[in-house]
Design a protein around this ligand. Structure first.
Ligand code: KG4
Ligand code: ZN
Length: 366
């Protein structure tokens, strides 16, 4: 009898040890999750693995197929994502050295982008989450651009302002916390990236024209040509006026000299870039004045623009701002930023169900 009690005690002790070990493991997972993130909102297929809030990699497959069409062709983009996604996810997993059984969640871009391309990411995530029996985390693309600032040091302190400038959006966001953001100003028509790309197209440059304008602008005189200002009330922007003004400017100049663009490409790019950058910074300055915030960040594809980066650096010295400019790879679309949002959502246990569907248009914070 005494012997039996001893065995039962030992069993109890072992069970308790096992339970304590499982609780410790689950607490560790809760605070140090390993997540695979997928981005497929537009023309970049990307995957990233994040562990305990540290981004381990950022694999990106860009789609060259759109350059000859002068813009992203949604059908072609969806097809390219379908072809790339398996390889990109596989590369991210292999490079990270993490087995898929070790993943605690799968994250994907749900909000904002092209319906067909988002669907590719959403369905891939659903398939993997189902197969592995782990939860899914949905991510808003614009919130992810903002949290790109938490991938590396130095990190901004809350609250900070983020000028988020991409091919589809131009917003000034008041960032109160990791997942608490408020849009305080935004474009009422075109995005600034669109203005760059459309102006480039008018000059006969391939898509995406933004980086090319940046490249030629470095060699030109930014005061060579002047464009009229469109004024918008408060912190909002408008870029459709400059697009039309630029179209008429080129038409008139070409009447005088049909080789005008070829002969003046660098100066045109430098002048246009300066104009667009000034439009952005004028409103950012106003937002900083109104909120009294001096922690200022920029994010999104256009944050890669050297004219914007330089002008912001100068303005920061003048106004005593602490500025945050992401590394180039984290400006344009990437899965590392999706992974960053996913990390904080995991800590808050914000998971989504299997019935989730993409939302091509929705403002940040909604
Ligand atoms: O964030 P992103 O990669 O995709 C969207 O979410 O839209 O941004 C793409 C946009 C394009 O309009 C592209 O021309 C622009 O960012 N872009 C640039 C530069 N690099 C990318 N615009 C100006 N200068 C650059 N260096
Ligand atoms: Zn983007």
């Amino acid at each position: 009898m005494a012997m039996k009690i001893k065995i039962a005690d030992k069993k109890n002790f072992l069970n308790q040890k096992k339970i304590r070990f499982l609780i410790t493991c689950s607490l560790m997972v809760k605070s140090r999750p390993t997540i695979l993130a997928i981005e497929s909102s537009c023309d970049e297929t990307s995957a990233s693995v994040i562990q305990a809030g540290k981004v381990l990699n950022n694999v990106i497959a860009s789609q060259e197929v759109h350059s000859k069409h002068g813009g992203v062709v949604p059908e072609l983009a969806s097809r390219a994502h379908q072809q790339n996604i398996w390889r990109v996810v596989n590369d991210a997993m292999t490079q990270s050295g993490i087995k898929k059984e070790e993943l605690n969640a799968i994250a994907f871009t749900r909000v904002l982008g092209l319906m067909g391309t988002l669907l590719v990411g959403v369905f891939f995530a659903k398939g993997m989450a189902l197969a592995l029996g782990i939860p899914m985390i949905e991510v808003n693309h614009m919130e992810a651009h903002v949290l790109a600032h938490f991938i590396d040091e130095p990190r901004p302190q809350f609250p900070f302002l983020c000028l988020t400038v991409s091919g589809g959006h131009t917003q000034i966001i008041l960032v109160k916390n990791f997942l608490e953001m408020q849009v305080i100003g935004q474009t009422q028509d075109d995005a600034v990236g669109e203005a760059f790309d459309k102006a480039a197209k008018m000059m006969g440059l391939p898509y995406p024209g933004g980086p090319l304008i940046d490249k030629y602008a470095k060699l030109g005189n930014a005061n060579a040509f002047k464009f009229s200002q469109t004024s918008m009330p408060g912190l909002d922007f408008s870029f459709s006026g400059i697009k039309t003004a630029f179209l008429y400017f080129l038409r008139d100049k070409k009447k005088e000299n049909e080789n005008f663009v070829d002969k003046n490409l660098n100066d045109i790019c430098a002048s246009l870039q300066r104009h667009l950058v000034q439009m952005l910074l004028q409103k950012l300055k106003l937002a900083a004045q109104q909120t009294g915030i001096k922690e200022i960040a920029i994010a999104g594809g256009v944050a890669a623009n050297s004219g914007l980066r330089n002008a912001l650096t100068d303005l920061a010295k003048e106004l005593n701002w602490r500025i945050f400019i992401p590394e180039f790879q984290y400006c344009t679309d990437n899965a590392a930023m999706i992974a960053m949002v996913a990390h904080y959502k995991f800590l808050d246990e914000k998971f989504c169900g299997m019935d989730v569907a993409p939302v091509p248009n929705l403002a940040v914070g909604e």
